[in-house]
Design a protein around this ligand. Structure first.
Ligand SMILES: [Fe+2]
Length: 357
């Protein structure tokens, strides 16, 4: 990534107004800082020459690739058709799901590392489909990290896509209820695991798939549902889906709370290793999840924008960041870095891969 000077037209600023951005000449000399009032005399000087603003441009080739948007949308469309009509869950539809799964595996296998933008496609009415696709992608990444290959990896991806199929039987007003559920409502929601099993059995789904859908809400120490299974009695694919499910669910906005930042959710899941989740699955998530790839541009909770320049080996949620723009949007020309490992008051709120041309 490099910083570039981008020319702007003279009409971008007016006498008496504050400068909209830091304004530079062709040599990169600061003429007027953002927020300073454009006086008549300054205006004349500015109009007499080409004025530039500073932007950043991605030039560094990185081995990390974003999961392709077009393929993501295709999978999403397929999931919407499945969820619209439960009767479509037939052996033929299951076969088509497996073909969709091959698309996922092909894309994930193409790149050395894949970054998934979990919140990019979420809207109120498609949350369940987006959630299913995200869980499938993340579970597959975890599965790859745990050395699952071939048919087993396909089953993991497919379980992710179909894990919440049983939610078709839960009324939307309960799923989207903005307040706490009553015990009766909660019991209805819990039933989605067994309703999903019924639907898959009708479609003659493989036993591993049925087991994963039934047990994806089981918890490592036995406090999950529907059977209260413990540790290795929980099917391994279900243990993977459980972690991917919770990661995506907590990062999403829900009617009753805003989504949590991904670094926060990862730390919560780490804390649940050996209690809620299989520690091996959690470690695989830790290794494969890309929160802030090096050279990516990120926004901090303080409003500052910076570039990730290093990620501590055992603390991927706390990168070292070179500040590019301060909280007011002014370019920071001096070398200023923030070590999130030491400064716990700052954290990344979004990742921006947009390149400026
Ligand atoms: Fe579920």
């Amino acid at each position: 990534m490099k910083l570039i000077l981008k020319p702007i037209p003279a009409g971008s600023f007016r006498i008496g107004d504050p400068a909209p951005l830091d304004l530079f000449d062709a040599q990169g000399k600061l003429l007027l800082a953002r927020g300073q009032i454009v006086k008549a005399s300054t205006f004349e000087l500015l109009c007499a020459r080409q004025i530039y603003v500073l932007e950043y441009e991605c030039t560094t080739a990185t081995k990390v690739q974003r999961f392709p948007t077009e393929i993501y949308r295709n999978i999403l469309g397929f999931m919407q058709r499945i969820f619209y009509d439960a009767s479509l869950v037939s052996p033929e539809r299951l076969e088509q799901t497996m073909l969709t799964v091959e698309n996922i595996l092909r894309e994930l296998g193409r790149q050395e590392r894949t970054y998934i933008s979990f919140n990019e496609f979420r809207t109120y009415d498609n949350n369940t489909y987006v959630h299913s696709v995200n869980v499938s992608l993340l579970a597959t990444l975890i599965g790859q990290e745990m050395n699952f290959r071939g048919h087993e990896l396909k089953l993991i991806a497919c379980s992710g896509l179909l894990h919440d199929l049983g939610k078709l039987s839960v009324p939307l007003e309960i799923l989207n209820k903005p307040s706490e559920l009553t015990s009766t409502e909660f019991a209805l929601v819990r039933e989605h695991t067994l309703k999903g099993v019924d639907l898959l059995r009708q479609a003659n789904a493989p036993l591993e798939l049925v087991g994963a859908i039934r047990s994806h809400h089981e918890r490592w120490e036995g406090h999950g549902y529907p059977q209260g299974l413990r540790q290795r009695a929980i099917p391994e694919i279900a243990r993977i889906i459980a972690v991917a499910d919770v990661f995506d669910a907590l990062t999403a906005d829900r009617p009753y709370r805003a989504g949590l930042p991904p670094y926060h959710v990862l730390e919560m899941i780490m804390a649940g290793a050996g209690v809620d989740f299989d520690p091996e699955v959690v470690m695989a998530l830790w290794r494969c999840l890309i929160l802030y790839p090096e050279n990516s541009v990120v926004k901090l909770n303080t409003g500052e924008i910076g570039m990730v320049i290093a990620i501590p080996k055992n603390f991927p949620t706390r990168p070292l960041i070179r500040i590019l723009f301060d909280r007011y949007g002014n370019y920071v020309s001096r070398e200023e870095t923030v070590d999130l490992l030491k400064d716990l008051t700052r954290f990344v709120i979004s990742v921006d891969f947009q390149c400026v041309s």
